[in-house]
Design a protein around this ligand. Structure first.
Ligand SMILES: [Zn+2]
Length: 330
């Protein structure tokens, strides 16, 4: 293993609109970041773009031990095939094998929710916890489970899609390829928050958020957070409603997995306690004892880089390189 400690691992997080990549050293420090738009690319263009981004970083850092990818899609880990992505042109592709061939270094690939969970469990707020549930609240809801210190992915490796647990069987239809109704994703994601606020504003236009929309500002999560902090009653009520729906989902995962910590990340966690306080309250009302009594529900410590850093940690762990150094850093 001599010399390995000086090598970098590259983490790549591929989202629906952009790719974020960086080199992670054994201290967990990220450098040589690159950020590329991926919207509108077809599959060959996307693969070329990924290779180009990785090569660009490799030129900057020199020797690279492995490359890890976090991708918002379901995997069949028996075959290594990326089966289905809602927002990317990836379908039935042996992603890791293709990338390994093109890059000439060991490659690991996993669902982006799993990568974020690994990041928080190894280097983030849940560091030192053996059993962690992570929910990433953005436009949709990503998720990952670290159980007994390891990522848990289920039989085929397609888990853990906790965003698609049902919290209202008669709720609205879910997004994209999901045939279900009332999934956590459709009840507690950023899209749900925007939907909730736009309904409420149509009933109560005489509020700061109504005035902001009147001025032509776009209704987004950050605007809702900003106005909630300034005391807007509509924004506060919507965040509380979404937080309570989130709490129902958290009660389910607390009952089922008995985690030490539930980590909430993604863009929506910018709302902080406005979202987490009602979520904790509902979890404690609904979950069973003793699971509910000592579980902690916390905001993630990594922001938008959790998927990228987690992908690098995954690659380091799967290739047996620098794992301890990477995990004990940051
Ligand atoms: Zn669903």
């Amino acid at each position: 293993m001599a010399g390995v400690a000086e090598r970098y691992v590259i983490g790549v997080d591929i989202g629906g609109t952009k790719l974020l990549a960086g080199a992670v050293d054994t201290q967990g420090t990220v450098s040589h970041r690159t950020n590329r738009p991926v919207l509108g690319l077809d599959q060959p263009e996307l693969l070329d773009m990924i290779v180009d981004a990785v090569e660009h970083i490799r030129t900057g850092v020199g020797e690279v031990a492995a490359v890890g990818f976090g991708i918002p899609c379901t995997f069949d880990r028996r075959t290594g095939v990326a089966v289905q992505a809602v927002h990317l042109p990836l379908r039935d592709l042996a992603f890791a094998a293709v990338m390994q061939e093109r890059l000439g270094v060991p490659v690991a690939a996993d669902n982006d929710g799993n990568c974020s969970a690994l990041c928080e469990a190894r280097a983030g707020v849940a560091r030192g916890c053996s059993d962690v549930v992570m929910l990433t609240l953005g436009t949709g809801i990503g998720a990952g489970l670290v159980l007994g210190g390891k990522l848990y992915r289920g039989w085929m490796g397609a888990g853990a899609e906790l965003g698609h647990m049902v919290i209202d069987a008669d709720g609205p239809p879910c997004h994209g390829n999901c045939p279900n109704h009332g999934c956590l994703e459709v009840m507690a994601s950023g899209s749900a928050l925007v939907r909730e606020v736009s309904l409420a504003v149509s009933r109560r236009p005489d509020t700061p958020i109504g005035a902001a929309l009147e001025e032509g500002r776009e209704l987004t999560g950050p605007l809702i957070d900003e106005l909630a902090r300034a005391g807007d009653p509509v924004a506060i009520a919507a965040l509380e409603k979404i937080g309570r729906a989130l709490g129902v989902g958290i009660a389910n995962v607390v009952n089922i997995f008995n985690p030490q910590m539930v980590v909430i990340g993604g863009g929506m966690i910018g709302a902080g306690e406005l979202l987490l306080a009602p979520a904790r309250e509902v979890m404690r009302e609904r979950a069973l004892s003793p699971q509910r009594d000592e579980v902690r529900v916390e905001a993630a410590s990594f922001g938008p880089e959790a998927g990228m850093v987690g992908a690098a940690i995954l690659a380091a762990e799967e290739t047996g390189l620098a794992t301890r150094d990477l995990s004990e850093a940051a």
